[in-house]
Design a protein. Structure first.
Length: 486
C-alpha cells in the first residue's frame, strides 16, 4: 500500500464514507444526522464522584516547542492556550505536556513547571478560561488539568540536535536508533526517586495555580510508559507488574500527601507495537517509503512492550492494560485518557495520518484502520471499567466525518469524552460548532499533513502551518519549506 493508493476521505460524501468503512470491514460508529444544542451527545454534561464536566469535548495534551529557554510560555504558547479555551471543550487534559525538570524536557523549548515559571503558567490558565467564557458563555463545568511529564529515552533538554536519553533498560531496537552503546548507563533507583520527588513538587505548584488535576503521563514512549515495559529491568522499578508500576504508585502517594484535593489522571498508551521504519529496500533518494515492522526472530518473545502480544508484537494484548486500569481504580484515579504507541517509533499507530512527518514513513495501512484500532481498544476498556471516565484519542484523521463519529461514539457508550489534539491547532471550535448546528468551515479541517510534527522536528514552533493563517503567512512557513527540501 502507498499513500497514493489510500482513498482520501476528504473527497467522500456521507454515503461514500460509510461504504468505505464497509469496504475496509471496520467497525466505527457513525450517525448520519447530527443532533444539535443541548440534545447533542457532545453537549451532555457528566457528573460522577467529584467531577462535574459540562460536555463531552476534550482537548488533548500536546508537546509544545515554543517556550522560552527557562521553560516559560512565549506569545505563541499563550495564543495556543487561548485556542484551547475557544474550543468549547469542558475537559482540558493538560493542553500541553509540561516537564517536571529541565533534564526531563523533550526539547529545549518545552514548558517547565518550576517556581520561576509559576506566574507565567498561571497566566496560561487565566487566558484559557477567559476565551472559554467568550466562546461558551460560562466556565461552569470546566475542568482543567496539567500534564506532567519526564521524557526519559527522548530527552533533548539543551539542543534540538542533541539527544540526552535517560533510559530504564536497554532496548534491542530503540538503543540502535539513538546510537546508544551497550554500556550506556541506566537510571539508578536513586535517580528515579529524585524524579518522583520532581513530580510531587510539580503537582504541588499546579495545585497552587488552581489546576483541577494533574496527569501522570504514561504514554508515547516517555518515561512513565517505559516503566510499564521494563520487564528486563532488575530491582524495585522493573520486572514484575508491581515493580513496573511502583513509579506510578509512589508518585500518587506523594501527590496525595502534599496536595489534598488535587485530582489525578493518567494518559496511557494502552496498546502498542514494535518499532516501525521506512522500508529500506523501497526508499529512493532518502524519501520515506512504506513503514515496516522491525521484527526479528531473536527478539521473540518480545520482552520490551506493554499492550502487545509477546509472541507476535504486532498484535494487541489488553491483559496488562486491564490490570493497570484495575490498579488505577484501587488508587482512586477516575480520569483515564486512552492513546496508543509512540510518535517516535510507530506514529501510524499513535496518530493515524495520510502524510508522514519528514522523518517518518508512509502509512502501511489505511489510516482509518488506525482510528478503528484505537476506538475499539477504548470501547473494550470502557466496557470493562464503566466507572472510569475515559477520553478517546485518534479521531482527527476522520476529518469532515469527525462530528458524526464522535456523536455516535458518545451516544453508544464507546467513550465518555472525544479528545482532539492536532485538530485543535487548525480548527479548535470544530466539535463545538458542529454540535451547535453551525456550518462546518471545511477549509480549517485538519487533513493530517503532519507539518505540526515536521516543523518542531526542525526546530520551529508548534502550530498548523498549512491551515492556520498565523503560521501560514509567517516567515516560519518559509523556513519549514526550506527544511522539507533538505
Amino acid at each position: 500500500m502507498s499513500a497514493g493508493a489510500i482513498l482520501r476521505i476528504g473527497c467522500l460524501k456521507d454515503v461514500g464514507f460509510q461504504e468505505h468503512l464497509r469496504a475496509l470491514d471496520l467497525q466505527i460508529p457513525y450517525d448520519p444526522q447530527l443532533v444539535t444544542g443541548a440534545r447533542s451527545p457532545l453537549r451532555w454534561p457528566l457528573e460522577r464522584g467529584p467531577f462535574k464536566i459540562g460536555n463531552r469535548i476534550a482537548v488533548q495534551p500536546m508537546e509544545g516547542w515554543d517556550a522560552t529557554p527557562d521553560g516559560a510560555p512565549s506569545e505563541n504558547t499563550v495564543r495556543r492556550w487561548q485556542r484551547f479555551g475557544r474550543s468549547g471543550g469542558k475537559l482540558i487534559w493538560g493542553g500541553e505536556a509540561v516537564a517536571v525538570s529541565h533534564e526531563g524536557r523533550a526539547n529545549p523549548n518545552q514548558l517547565l513547571v518550576s517556581p520561576r515559571t509559576q506566574k507565567a503558567l498561571a497566566h496560561l490558565r487565566t487566558v484559557l478560561v477567559s476565551e472559554h467564557i467568550l466562546a461558551t458563555g460560562s466556565d461552569d463545568g470546566l475542568v482543567i488539568g496539567l500534564q506532567l511529564t519526564h521524557s526519559g529515552r527522548y530527552c533533548r533538554p539543551n539542543e534540538h540536535s542533541c539527544p540526552e536519553p535517560r533510559i530504564l533498560y536497554h532496548h534491542p531496537l530503540l538503543d540502535r536508533r539513538l546510537k546508544l552503546p551497550p554500556d550506556y548507563p541506566l537510571l539508578s533507583d536513586g535517580e528515579i526517586e529524585s524524579i518522583i520527588e520532581n513530580f510531587h513538587w510539580a503537582a504541588y505548584l499546579a495545585w497552587q495555580l488552581g489546576f483541577d488535576f494533574v496527569d501522570i503521563k504514561h504514554c508515547h514512549g516517555y518515561l512513565g510508559h517505559e516503566f510499564l515495559s521494563a520487564h528486563t529491568r532488575e530491582g524495585r522499578y522493573g520486572g514484575t507488574f508491581a515493580g513496573r508500576t511502583r513509579f506510578l504508585r509512589e508518585v500518587v502517594q506523594g501527590i496525595r500527601s502534599l496536595c489534598p484535593g488535587l485530582h489525578i489522571g493518567v494518559r496511557l498508551s494502552a496498546i502498542d507495537t514494535v518499532p516501525f521504519q521506512s522500508d529500506p529496500s523501497q526508499s529512493v533518494n532518502g524519501k520515506p517509503a512504506i513503514g515496516v515492522a522491525e521484527t526479528r526472530q531473536d527478539i521473540i518473545p518480545y520482552r520490551w512492550g506493554f499492550g502487545v502480544n509477546p509472541h507476535d508484537p504486532t498484535e494487541t494484548d489488553l491483559s496488562e492494560p486491564e490490570h493497570f486500569l484495575s490498579l488505577l481504580e484501587e488508587l482512586g484515579i477516575q480520569l483515564v485518557n486512552i492513546t496508543a504507541g509512540s510518535p517516535y517509533y510507530n506514529p501510524h499507530i499513535q496518530r493515524p495520518a495520510l502524510y508522514p512527518p519528514s522523518d517518518g514513513y508512509l502509512p502501511p495501512e489505511d489510516p482509518l484502520v488506525g482510528v478503528a484500532r484505537q476506538m475499539e481498544a477504548t470501547r473494550r476498556l470502557k466496557a470493562r471499567f464503566p466507572n472510569l471516565l475515559m477520553v478517546g484519542s485518534g479521531y482527527t484523521y476522520l476529518q469532515d466525518f469527525l462530528p458524526n463519529v464522535a456523536q455516535a461514539a458518545v451516544r453508544e457508550g464507546w467513550v465518555d469524552f472525544v479528545g482532539l489534539g492536532r485538530m485543535v491547532l487548525s480548527y479548535p471550535e470544530f466539535l463545538w460548532e458542529a454540535s451547535a448546528g453551525t456550518r462546518i468551515q471545511r477549509k480549517l479541517v485538519c487533513r493530517t499533513f503532519s507539518d505540526c510534527t515536521t516543523a518542531p522536528r526542525n526546530g520551529l514552533p508548534s502550530g498548523c502551518y498549512p491551515l492556520d493563517k498565523y503560521y501560514k503567512e509567517s516567515e516560519m512557513a518559509e523556513k519549514l519549506k526550506d527544511a522539507k527540501k533538505r
